[in-house]
Design a protein. Structure first.
Length: 450
């Protein structure tokens, strides 16, 4: 596995290499998160195994000497003299990935804005209650501070966090009262929170292609990163057990081809998310169709399946009619029901039926997965989009069901397109994946709320 980062000073990750370094590794007192080499968050060094839930082992690198020095804040603080003296032997383990990769993984894991907002509200109230208990409301200045926190809106706090991170990245962040550890600023509210939540908040203000580094000495010291440690490579580097355990999200679709399209598209376009999402395997004998997906969702709920689950339906009349059956069902809070998103260009799509040939909006009427496979697949030999044919009337939603003609030809063309993309990844940029990307973005948004 090729590690990410400055190649000249990296050591291949292996049980032997890590074991040999345990004794030489400096003791870290604070753990830090860096954006493009600048510290943006530090807290007391404790074991945070949640780091391994949103990083993969091939994103772990060992830096030495000058390359490691910018990331040694938790070891040396501002003691430049001691750092320079130890520089020849300095070795630090860090996880590194692009901001977009981590942001999307955290979305899939449920660390989206709803969770941030909810946790902020709780922590703000705890802060107010604690401060009130300490002061007893005796001092007018104290009361003013309490009131300012009581009225501190989440949106204002996010704005303050973004400004704080901006200053940190310019090297202008203030020090805290210890004198050598950078200030947490508005992030002090989240100081003791799950690292995934802290990272999700930080990434609100970071561009997609920024390099994110997390110092990982405490994980190496506790042998979490050894090759023989208990890891489940399907979900980050972390073992799936105990109270810190997680399991992949499950996506229920309407059938075999939907699952085939989305799982392969995820592997091709968002490979960093593949271990975190499972599409229901219809090859195991499960029937397909919108009604079957509804029954599957109900059976999962009745069986108490605890995974985070999204039932992702077509954007057509049959699917909207089928999900009506869920109106009277109280689904668990970790379940979501969604449809493929509307397509702007599908608001004027060729159709035919009893009334003849008509160009009309086929969103929510004929939006099966085939409609999202790309215009390079939907077009016939003459470059014309294959039309939608109107079928039966769906009484509960009072609309006709539309179906793309030559569906088998379209599916075969997509398989060829996918095969070509896997064989030569450079052609992906010239292929039309825009609408599949819309579905994946939509799925991430749904998972971020679970």
């Amino acid at each position: 596995m090729a590690p990410i980062g400055p190649s000249s000073l990296q050591i291949t990750v292996s049980g032997l290499a890590i074991t040999e370094m345990h004794e030489r590794m400096p003791r870290t007192w604070y753990k830090s998160i860096f954006i493009n080499g600048r510290e943006v968050f530090s807290y007391r060094d404790e074991l945070h195994p949640e780091t391994t839930y949103y990083f993969q082992l091939d994103e772990l690198v060992w830096l030495r000497g000058e390359e490691a020095a910018p990331f040694a804040l938790g070891v040396y603080g501002r003691d430049e003299e001691r750092l320079q003296a130890d520089l020849p032997d300095l070795e630090l383990p860090l996880f590194s990935a692009k901001a977009r990769v981590l942001r999307e993984r955290l979305q899939v894991l449920g660390y989206g804005e709803p969770m941030m907002h909810g946790v902020f509200d709780v922590l703000r109230q705890i802060h107010v209650d604690t401060w009130t208990g300490v002061t007893g409301g005796a001092d007018e200045d104290d009361l003013e501070q309490v009131m300012s926190y009581q009225e501190y809106a989440f949106e204002d706090w996010v704005g303050d966090v973004k400004e704080h991170i901006r200053l940190k990245r310019t090297g202008k962040g203030a020090l805290n009262d210890v004198g050598y550890l950078p200030s947490l600023g508005p992030l002090h509210l989240f100081e003791s929170m799950d690292e995934r939540l802290v990272m999700a908040v930080i990434l609100l203000s970071v561009e997609d292609d920024a390099d994110v580094w997390v110092e990982a000495s405490e994980l190496a010291e506790s042998r979490w990163l050894d090759d023989d440690a208990e890891h489940d490579e399907d979900v980050g580097t972390a073992a799936i057990n105990g109270e810190h355990g997680i399991v992949p999200a499950i996506v229920i679709t309407e059938g075999t081809f939907d699952a085939f399209v989305l799982s392969n598209a995820l592997a091709l376009l968002r490979p960093h998310l593949k271990p975190y999402i499972r599409f229901l395997d219809y090859d195991m004998g499960n029937e397909g169709g919108a009604s079957a997906a509804v029954r599957m969702l109900k059976s999962f709920a009745a069986a108490g399946i605890a995974n985070r689950i999204v039932a992702l339906f077509d954007n057509d009349s049959a699917a909207y009619e089928a999900v009506i059956a869920l109106d009277q069902v109280r689904l668990p809070k970790n379940y979501r029901v969604a449809h493929y998103p509307d397509l702007e260009w599908a608001r004027a799509y060729p159709t035919f039926g009893p009334q003849g040939n008509t160009v009309m909006d086929v969103n929510r009427l004929a939006g099966s997965v085939e409609l999202y496979l790309g215009t390079d697949v939907l077009a016939d030999d003459n470059g014309r989009l294959r039309p939608v044919q109107w079928k039966g009337y769906m009484g509960k939603v009072k609309s006709y069901q539309g179906e793309l003609v030559d569906k088998a030809i379209v599916q075969r063309a997509f398989r060829d397109k996918l095969k070509l993309a896997h064989a030569n990844p450079e052609v992906v940029a010239s292929q039309d994946w825009a609408d599949i990307e819309l579905i994946l973005d939509h799925l991430l948004r749904e998972l971020s709320t679970v």
